[in-house]
Each structure stands twice: as C-alpha cells, then as structure tokens.
Design a protein around this ligand. Structure first.
Ligand SMILES: C[S@@+](CC[C@H](N)C(=O)[O-])C[C@H]1O[C@@H](n2cnc3c(N)ncnc32)[C@H](O)[C@@H]1O
Length: 293
C-alpha cells in the first residue's frame, strides 16, 4: 500500500494543552502514523517522546518517518494499558504529558485488515496481529444473544437483535468471511425506511461494535487512563481525543472522579469547520484535557 499518513486530528489543540513548547518528557500512547509525536518533538528541541502502539505495522512505518529525531524518541510495541511497565523499562518515574488519540488510524482503515465496509477484505479487525481473536471468529462462533449484546453495547445499535439473527441465519448456510458479506447482511436486517433516512452507512455501528469487542478497546482505556494520570508529574497534563460517545463517557467520568486533576476543558474541544472539511474523519473527535494538581 502507498505511504499515506494519518492526518493528525486536533493537532494544534493537543500541542497547546500538552504545553509541548515548554519542553519535557511526553508519552504518545497511540503513535499511529506519528503525526502527533512529530509535532511534540518539533515543538521544543529538548522534548523526548516515549511512544506506544499495539500495531506493529504502524510502528515500522512511524519509526521510518521519525528516524531523524534519533534517541529523542523511544517506541514500544505494547498495549497502552501497559504504560507503567513501558516507563519502568525506560527508567522514568514521571512525565510532563500523556496523549491518547483513540480509535483506528487512516492506515488501518485503508489497509486490508477488514476494518472498513467500503472494501472487501477478510474479516480480521485486529489492531495487534499477534492476538488470536478475529472478527471472523466473533461473527461465526458467538451465540445470537452474545452477538446482539455486543452490537447493542458497543455499537449502541437499536436493531442489534435483528442484526444478530440475520448473522446467525446467514452463517448456517456458509461462514461469513469478508467485510462486504457482513455489511450486506447487516444492511438486510435494518428496515428499508430507516436505511433510506440514514446519513451513515447502515453497517457503521455494527462494525464499530465488533472492532471494539475484538480489540477490547474500552477495557484498555479504563485501565490506561488512571495509570497515565498516576505517572504525571505535578502540573503534567493528560490529553485524550475520542471518536465516539462510549470512549468519551469513560474519559469524562474518570477525569470528574479524580481529586488530583484540574479539568482544563469544561466542554470537550471539537475540530473547527475547516478541519472537518479538510479531514472528514475528524468530525466526531472530542478532546478533553486535565492537569495533575
Ligand atoms: C487514531 S490512531 C493515532 C494516530 C496518531 N495520533 C497520528 O497522528 O498518526 C490510533 C492508534 O492507536 C493504536 N491503538 C489503539 N488502541 C491501542 C491500545 N490499547 N494500545 C496501544 N495502541 C493502541 C492503534 O493501533 C492506532 O495506530
């Protein structure tokens, strides 16, 4: 695949909230294409970044892109829930800022791992390919009730039961192997009137749900954010960019319930119209930031 970089979302806002220009040690918990990491490293020549991603392909590409920063950048293939272990390995007890830019990258969506219903690929959806569970196993092996629960809980899809039933009926005839097969099954389960009135692709919520389940995304966030806050020095900042309400709710609740945080964004910061026009993938982004006190 051609080298297309992920356009970093809310970049200037993230750099400002991290106070990256003032210098320090930062963690980019979601390296991806390396856009935010690069901006942090450029913001001050003294800055160091410890970057994490669970996707080995993303890491390989980002390391190439960021080679020129030499030992100012350390990269770890890990789940960001292991942020404490990573920092221990670096011999660092506290940091000045941590950034999470959640969700999937442009590269993952455009690749051949079954994240997108716009093209036909095997149903995989693993961010970390060392993991065993794939989307194909989820749709072909879980019970109808389990599928309905996943699609309802992680997709907030009101037609979850109908979709689960359609999946189970279809796989009786033959296993569901590709993204387009799954997208068609989901589409057929949603009433025509609703389908016609929707702006989004009818499979959007179901794909989101299966991806979240396969990658245990919400569990990782719930573990990682408190851990990241623990590692902040006083005055250090945490910045989290989310892409749907389930993620945003977790961040909002964790920030609100901590006594050692000053919330810097009473309402989440969202991209400008200009950013959304240039990068439609940014449209649902929300940034929340807080300072350790
Ligand atoms: C939206 S992209 C980040 C883009 C990046 N900020 C940039 O500017 O290019 C999200 C990245 O986070 C990674 N990721 C998601 N969940 C993760 C987790 N639990 N642990 C580590 N990396 C994760 C994904 O593999 C993906 O590469």
């Amino acid at each position: 695949m051609k080298d297309i970089f992920h356009p970093p979302v809310l970049l200037n806002e993230a750099i400002k909230f991290l106070k990256a220009e003032e210098g320090g040690i930062f963690v980019d918990a979601t390296l991806g294409g390396g856009g935010h990491t690069e901006a942090i490293l450029r913001a001050n020549p003294e800055n160091r970044v410890i970057a994490i991603d669970r996707d080995e392909e993303a890491i390989e590409r980002a390391i190439k892109r960021l080679e020129r920063f030499g030992d100012r950048l350390s990269v770890y293939h890990a789940n960001f829930a292991q942020i404490g272990v990573v920092l221990e390995r670096e011999g660092i007890s506290s940091v000045d800022g941590v950034l999470f830019d959640l969700g999937v990258s442009h590269f993952q969506l455009r690749g051949e791992r079954g994240f997108s219903f716009w093209k036909d690929d095997p149903l995989d959806m693993r961010m970390d390919r060392n993991q065993k569970l794939t989307a194909a196993e989820v749709v072909n092996k879980l019970s109808e009730k389990e599928l309905a629960d996943i699609i309802f809980r992680y997709g907030e899809e009101r037609f979850s039961r109908r979709i689960a039933r359609a999946i189970v009926n279809s796989r009786k005839k033959k296993p569901i192997e590709t993204t387009l097969e799954l997208a068609r099954i989901v589409e057929s389960a949603i009433p025509g009137k609703v389908r016609a009135g929707k702006r989004k692709h009818p499979a959007t919520k179901t794909f989101q749900a299966i991806r979240i389940y396969v990658n245990k995304e919400l569990e990782s966030i719930e573990l990682a954010i408190p851990e990241a806050i623990e590692k902040l020095s006083f005055g250090g900042r945490i910045v989290v960019i989310t892409f749907h309400s389930l993620e945003d709710r977790i961040v909002k609740t964790i920030f609100r319930d901590r006594q050692d945080l000053k919330i810097l964004t009473r309402k989440p910061v969202v991209p400008s119209d200009g950013e959304v026009a240039a990068n439609p993938a940014a449209r649902s982004a929300k940034l929340r930031a807080a300072e350790k006190v």
